[in-house]
Write a protein that binds this ligand. Structure first.
Ligand code: GLA
Length: 474
């Protein structure tokens, strides 16, 4: 039975209020892909699109992902953004809003939306994991639209032999011949019918217990299947498998990021082939979750993959890199400019109980866990980047960027948590018109932690915010 439910205007209104509190029309532009930092869309709001996928349509990239709030995991819709360069994202729509009731109604879970265009019908079809808040009513659902940005009409569960697929993490894959596939945690691969609205065949059964957040791509005659282990939103070292046929045999190849980096602190979501005149860059898209502040503080880890034969890797983490969408060529970007060390008390005004500390990795920081403690820096230039040391006791920091008239240009929350200590870029603003600006960072006295459906506890043990250095671009 198909369930077609449209959201009541009241729900749409509620959602817009929660996730699109406009700060200011964005005046800046990004010139690179930055991982692990909040991104601001064309309206100056944080891009909220997790468990995402991207499809290219009419020369433009469309990003679909989970919208979130900072308070609960209840489904608040799937967002759609578009971009020409993969750096600057325009908010397009709530592609699938909360439904009046049913599988994606109020107080339900909706995760990992994946959109594909059906070659036979020309329709856009969105697949997702639908569930209850306790993760005990899972099913793969689907929604359809004649336009890419939607709104999509929720059609109910995707059926295989007349039955819903009662599993959770899912992904999608479109092969070169236009065939569509649904991927499921554990390594299941299902083939879609010609109209993409049902399953015709289980192409491969489970090959790996665990293996959540499945993503699959193809280069020449080799298929690569990536996924995480079962640690909820906590990061782990993700694995990959390869095969020359979707039917297998699938061979476990191991990790694709260096062991212990926990997939550079992220969980797999999708791999986007960026095809250009000179080659193809395969872009890994991962989530750095930050429960409960998933709307503000969860970030994206997008990195170019090195693909060679059956080997797949992200050997180095790039805080910033550039992709030429015409040529398909990726280049690392060094974030350079005037460096202000955390010890520079002439330029950085500290308020509260900040202590200098010798940290892991041989670096020093200024750190505080006192709620309301803050530091600010006034600068003249076009862009500011902030490096901090994330660690097991890291908490949330509130970031504010003002112009010389005191107008707030950007506001955001940054998560300083990592299971292991690591210094990396924690905030960078878009490139702004040259001017006088003030960056203020304050300790929120809160941290990310949560229990999963198996009652395991995860997250930070402290509320620390740390500053390593600031880099200002003139
Ligand atoms: C895993 C899944 C996510 C989400 C969380 C909830 O991380 O990959 O999609 O379901 O668990 O704990």
């Amino acid at each position: 039975m198909k369930i077609t439910l449209l959201a009541k205007p009241a729900f749409v209104l509620l959602f817009l209020t929660v996730s699109h509190l406009s700060v200011a029309q964005q005046t800046g532009r990004y010139d690179a892909i930055h991982s692990g930092v909040p991104w601001f869309d064309d309206k100056g709001n944080t891009v909220s699109a997790h468990g995402a996928n991207i499809i290219k349509d009419n020369g433009r990239y469309y990003l679909f992902g989970e919208a979130h709030t900072d308070t609960s995991n209840a489904f608040v819709g799937f967002n759609c953004y578009s971009s020409a360069d993969l750096y600057n994202w325009k908010f397009e729509s709530v592609a699938l809003p909360v439904q009046q009731d049913g599988r994606l109604g109020p107080n339900r879970v909706g995760e990992r939306p994946k959109v594909m265009k059906c070659p036979k019908t020309g329709e856009y079809v969105m697949y997702m994991h639908s569930d209850d808040l306790g993760y005990k009513d899972q099913a793969v659902g689907y929604a359809t639209s004649s336009t890419i940005t939607g709104p999509y009409t929720f059609q109910g569960p995707l059926l295989f032999n007349g039955q819903p697929i009662r599993r959770w993490d899912m992904g999608s894959f479109q092969d070169k011949d236009g065939s569509g596939y649904i991927l499921i945690h554990g390594g299941f691969i299902y083939k879609l019918s010609d109209d993409y609205k049902s399953i015709t065949e289980m192409v491969h059964g489970s090959f790996a217990s665990g293996f959540e957040s499945p993503a699959l791509f193809r280069k020449d005659s080799i298929y690569y299947f990536l996924g995480s282990h079962l640690t909820s939103w906590e990061r782990n070292d993700n694995d990959y498998y390869t095969a020359t046929s979707l039917k297998g045999p699938w061979t476990k190849q191991g990790l694709f990021a260096p062991e212990g980096t926990l997939t550079w602190n992220s969980q797999t979501s999708f791999v986007l082939p960026i095809e250009g005149a000179e080659g193809t860059t395969y872009m890994f898209m991962g989530d750095r979750w930050a429960f409960p502040k998933q709307a503000s503080a969860a970030t994206y880890v997008w990195q170019p993959l090195t693909v060679s034969g059956h080997s797949l890797s992200i050997p180095t983490y790039h805080d910033a890199w550039q992709i030429n969408t015409v040529t398909g060529v990726a280049t690392p970007k060094i974030i350079s400019g005037n460096t202000i060390r955390h010890t520079d008390k002439k330029q950085i005004k500290y308020s509260g109980n900040w202590k200098q500390s010798a940290e892991a990795e041989g670096i020093t920081t200024s750190r505080s866990d006192g709620k309301g403690d803050s530091f600010s820096v006034k600068f003249k230039g076009t862009q500011i980047g902030m490096y901090g040391l994330a660690g097991p006791d890291g908490g949330y920091a509130r970031i504010l960027l003002h112009d010389s008239k005191g107008k707030t240009l950007y506001t955001s929350i940054v998560d300083m948590y990592s299971k292991y200590p690591v210094s990396s870029l924690k905030f960078i603003c878009p490139v702004l018109p040259k001017g006088n600006y003030t960056l203020t960072v304050s300790v929120m006295g809160e941290r990310g932690n949560w229990s999963d459906k198996r009652k395991s506890d995860y997250g930070s043990t402290g509320n620390f915010v740390t500053l390593d250095k600031l880099i200002i671009n003139n």
